[in-house]
Ligand binder design. Structure first.
Ligand code: SF4
Length: 363
């Protein structure tokens, strides 16, 4: 397809009649655009929508976001996963307040230097807010362009990313960057979908090389396969009539700064005998006391991008809580919704605590 003008026109025409009505469309406020883009990374639109509306209601501008404690931001993020996104939003809001007087910078390269903002997000902000000609190349765009032009260059390589970005710049009608970017992403999301797109109704079927050559399933090409690691999480709910014993995850990685029960992590599946022979278990549950362990949740699967977690929750009954739990935070049951917790904890508490209001709100 040589006529790039034809591409842009056709795409924008398609978009005008097929676009979804979403609250972050048709707004020019860089703050709200930024929040919507960050929420939508790794999140489905239907789920992201609820979080976006709730987040914007509580933090309507940069100042309100910068002015709260990180824990409150994490609380509003609870259940979305990839919590580093929320921490970075908060840090960047503070930076904008301190360095730019609370005004979102307009320069692409200045925006790119802000914590948690990569090329895709910087392009979204500058094109949607100010119609600047920076292409938004997300997974939908990779897929659509790779099929349309039958491009074999792997999308998960630097070379591939550069290639697709340059192609998107060439295809873009520079005076309509805002609508072009919305349209190309929407086309990938709604028409050129990952599996079995209905090519017979596609506006580009007469020029799409993958469709013409019957090779749609071969695109996009990837070089690397993500290695998925399996991990086993053994949680202990220490029974104490109206308290929970929680720990804040300090390590970088998943769920940093979120609260959870005492946990033993393992690369292998362990039966209770093996679990009770681990050093950590013996430290927490010294032999001089008598315990009763009840397995409440078994093998609860939780899928992350690079890992599959299998969670086990034991409720532990004992006459006296050993000193080994002094380092944990003793939280009143009725106050649990003040603490940010991750999805596995939400799942467990939702199962055992009927009063737990916030769980049902976001499931
Ligand atoms: S014809 Fe099919 S594969 Fe090609 S762009 Fe359209 S939907 Fe995608």
């Amino acid at each position: 397809m040589k006529d790039f003008n034809f591409f842009s026109k056709k795409l924008i025409t398609w978009y005008s009649s097929h676009k979804r009505n979403l609250p972050w469309r048709g707004i020019y406020d860089p703050y709200k655009i930024w929040i919507s883009e960050v929420i939508l990374q790794q999140t489905r639109v239907t789920q992201g929508l609820k979080y976006y509306n709730r987040f914007i209601k509580r933090f309507p501008d940069i100042e309100s976001l910068a002015g709260v404690e990180e824990q409150e931001v994490l609380k509003y993020w609870q259940g979305l996963g990839y919590y580093s996104r929320a921490r970075n939003l908060h840090r960047t809001a503070k930076t904008i307040m301190d360095k730019y007087n609370g005004v979102f910078p307009k320069d692409y390269y200045t925006i790119l230097k802000l914590k948690g903002i990569g090329e895709y997000t910087a392009s979204s902000i500058t094109s949607f807010a100010w119609n600047m000609p920076h292409p938004t190349v997300d997974g939908n765009v990779f897929r659509f362009l790779s099929r349309l032009f039958a491009i074999d260059c792997p999308i998960d390589t630097i070379k591939g990313k550069n290639h697709f970005t340059e192609l998107a710049i060439q295809l873009m009608d520079k005076s309509k960057a805002r609508i072009f970017n919305h349209a190309i992403m929407e086309f990938g999301a709604l028409q050129c979908i990952p599996s079995s797109p209905d090519c017979t109704v596609c506006s580009f079927k007469s020029v799409c090389l993958a469709y013409i050559n019957h090779t749609v399933v071969q695109y996009p090409v990837k070089q690397y396969r993500t290695k998925i690691k399996e991990i086993y999480f053994y949680y202990f709910h220490i029974h104490d009539s109206d308290h929970l014993y929680l720990n804040m995850r300090k390590e970088k990685g998943i769920w940093q700064n979120l609260f959870e029960f005492p946990l033993i992590e393992s690369d292998i599946l362990m039966d209770f005998q093996q679990l009770s022979n681990t050093d950590q278990f013996r430290l927490w549950f010294p032999k001089k006391h008598i315990y009763h362990f009840e397995l409440i949740v078994k093998n609860q699967k939780h899928i992350l991008s690079h890992r599959i977690l299998y969670a086990y929750f034991y409720k532990v009954f004992m006459k006296r809580i050993p000193n080994s739990f002094d380092t944990f935070k003793k939280v009143k049951l009725m106050e649990i919704d003040k603490y940010p917790i991750h999805r596995l904890m939400q799942f467990y508490l939702g199962k055992i605590l009927p009063f737990n209001r916030f769980i049902s709100t976001f499931e």
